[in-house]
Design a protein around this ligand. Structure first.
Ligand code: NAP
Length: 303
């Protein structure tokens, strides 16, 4: 299909560049290290953590996968994070979400050194994104969406972008990123959510639609103008008796309908997903560079 944006191919290009950067860092005696922490036994989380660990190993990074039981307490987890924070071989740390109920997600994120927060969820990194300070870490999925658009030579500057969804993981950061006064930014951004009125009208006015709502095949042809670019962030399981697993993955976009109108569109799987992992690796390499230059990860004053 001529209008398909192939996330796997773009991610491969990212890895070519990252391998060069990793070799350079290694020649200076630095092996970027990533610790991925999984608490509990959620199957989807386990699969995500497995892919992240696998990719770290393929890139020859120092990879630590810490699997903790579902009964882990908040203080036990904080202790493990403190150990990782102090480990000189670790440059990036992420705690896979969602954690079990007894864990306060926000407190865990605040316990990370901002300079090691390769998921970009720490308040200091959120503030840096809002301020356009490029020393911060931007969440991986929004960063991957921007990179897909840039590598696909889609004009972002001046374009009307509709971001569908306002989560802290995707919607808000991708809106901030694309509206920045910077390369890969300068878009006119509208953010829509469950309370938005006249969504069809709003979305038909957009040159680029980024769908991140977690509703299977929600965005239909009637929401999209001819020639729009559609980036589908959604990952939803739908039952499929004909599939060996009994389900298949679909996005937030009705691909069959929308692909007939879109100038360019990402598939699910194989669109944004591979870019999220590629950007995690890229953030880890960035963290290693910064720590090598500073001697220690950025922490908050007094922390
Ligand atoms: P989330 O935290 O559940 O947020 C969903 C957002 O969509 C909310 O802002 C919600 O509005 C809005 N929304 C829900 N129903 C809507 C509707 N009918 N019309 C308009 N807006 C609606 O989800 P998320 O974490 O951002 O994830 C979104 C999707 O992306 C999920 O499918 C997730 O699995 C996927 N995802 C994929 C990747 C990847 O690597 N590809 C990474 C992260 C997430 P309100 O704020 O008003 O409730």
């Amino acid at each position: 299909m001529g209008n398909l944006i192939d996330g796997r191919a773009v991610a491969e290009n990212v890895y070519v560049d990252l391998r060069r950067q990793i070799a350079e860092l290694k020649s200076e005696g630095v092996t970027p290290g990533l610790a991925v922490v999984l608490v509990g036994d959620d199957l989807a989380s386990r699969a995500y953590v497995g892919s992240k660990d696998k990719m770290s190993r393929e890139l020859d990074l120092h990879s630590v996968k810490l699997e903790l039981p579902a009964v882990t307490t908040q203080s036990e987890l904080l202790k493990r994070i403190e150990e990782l924070n102090g480990d000189p071989a670790i440059h990036g740390i992420l705690v896979q979400s969602p954690p079990p109920k007894q864990i306060d997600d926000a407190a865990i994120v605040r316990a990370l050194a901002p300079g090691q927060d390769v998921d970009g969820f720490h308040p200091l990194n959120v503030a840096k994104l809002a301020m356009g300070d490029e020393s911060g870490f931007v969440p991986c999925t929004p960063l991957g969406v921007q990179r897909l658009l840039v590598e696909s030579k889609i004009d972002i500057a001046g374009a009307h972008v509709l971001v569908l969804g306002r989560s802290m993981i995707v919607g808000k950061p991708v809106a901030l990123l694309l509206m920045q006064k910077a390369k890969g930014g300068d878009a006119t951004v509208t953010v829509a959510h469950s309370r938005t009125k006249n969504l069809e009208e709003v979305s038909r006015a957009a040159d680029i639609i980024i769908a991140a709502i977690g509703r299977a095949q929600f965005l239909k042809a009637r929401h999209v103008r001819d020639g729009a670019v559609v980036i589908d962030v959604g990952i939803n399981r739908v039952e499929d008796a004909g599939h060996p697993r009994g389900y298949r993955l679909v996005g937030d976009v009705d691909f069959d309908e929308v692909s007939k109108k879109a100038a360019a569109i990402t598939p699910v799987p194989g669109g944004v997903g591979p870019m999220t992992i590629a950007m995690l690796m890229s953030n880890t390499v960035k963290a290693a560079r910064q720590i090598a230059a500073r001697g220690s990860p950025e922490r908050l004053a007094g922390a």
